[in-house]
Design a protein around this ligand. Sequence first.
Ligand code: SF4
Length: 365
Amino acid sequence: MPLLETFSPSRAADNIPVPAIAHVSARKFRALPRPTLDWNDEVAREAAHLYERIKTVVPSVEWPFFAPYVQAINALKKERDAVILAHNYQTPEIFHCVADFVGDSLQLAREAAKTNAGVIVQCGVHFMAETAKILNPDKVVLIPDSRAGCSLASSITGDDVRLLRERFPGVPVVTYVNTSAEVKAESDICCTSSNAVQVVESLGADTVIFLPDEYLARYVAAQTSVKIIAWKGHCEVHERFTADELRRYRADDPDIQIIAHPECPPDVLAEADFTGSTAHMIDWVREKHPRRVVMVTECSMADNVQAELPDIAFVRPCNLCPHMKRITLPKILDSLLSMQEEVVVDPTVAAKARRAVERMIHLKS
Ligand code: SF4
């Protein structure tokens, strides 16, 4: 089913301010002194089992810099009663060495909903930290760098959703989790790239408004008979891939497997052997165990899977997300020491957004 209509953002995404960060609940925590971050025999010995996890993707010459931070962060997590959630696009030393839970947006949202820890440190981008806060209004949610935004999240505002509702009265709104709390609050239900088709079909409507990723909307429209009204938001990382570069990989090695994220343009997806969310891509590689694979998504994910499956050859068309890469070990440590930057969401907005997120989480898979 083709898209019914596609609407364009009414402003440059760069003009939209980063959502609110404040320092409210975190004030009850005292700042802690910075630990020594020396590389010595004791640190080397105690952190050796962690280096084992990443030795195929992190050169040994870099480990003496990372290891003292890893040790300090893991000790501080206990002191702060904190858990670290890390998205699949985080770098291997974060993903494999300090994270308590890893995954795609849906998996992280589910972990955020279940955790008993008093503090959540979100190693991902701002909308993910907002989602954790929406689901945990009584907990302190920290993001190590609040400038970690997202081109999709900043492509649309709550006003835009209200205007679309006026134009299409009665048509339900499905919103990708890559949006601000304000946009989620205006939505009927959220989705991720793992469950977008299922969410759209769960509504029992013949038409839905699907926001804000145009390419994910096109992908969903191709999988369902539900008519889709879309928005022209794009992921600045996935839209850079081209069909030509994938054809070149295949021409060089006809047996290569190409797996792609549905935020890529349709002509790129047409070249792929498999399309799926980051979680589905990882599952596919674990199950199929290809000899050689191209992961058409943010390039840290291939490093993270390579660390787990060293015998598979990963081809990395290295498109980095500059927002994800704002999160680093030194910033995570600073965040736990100072308990900043705390994510706050207006309680009224959070209550409305929670309905949309929880409706997605509780959808039977
Ligand atoms: S990879 Fe794309 S969708 Fe994901 S956070 Fe970066 S800009 Fe947003």
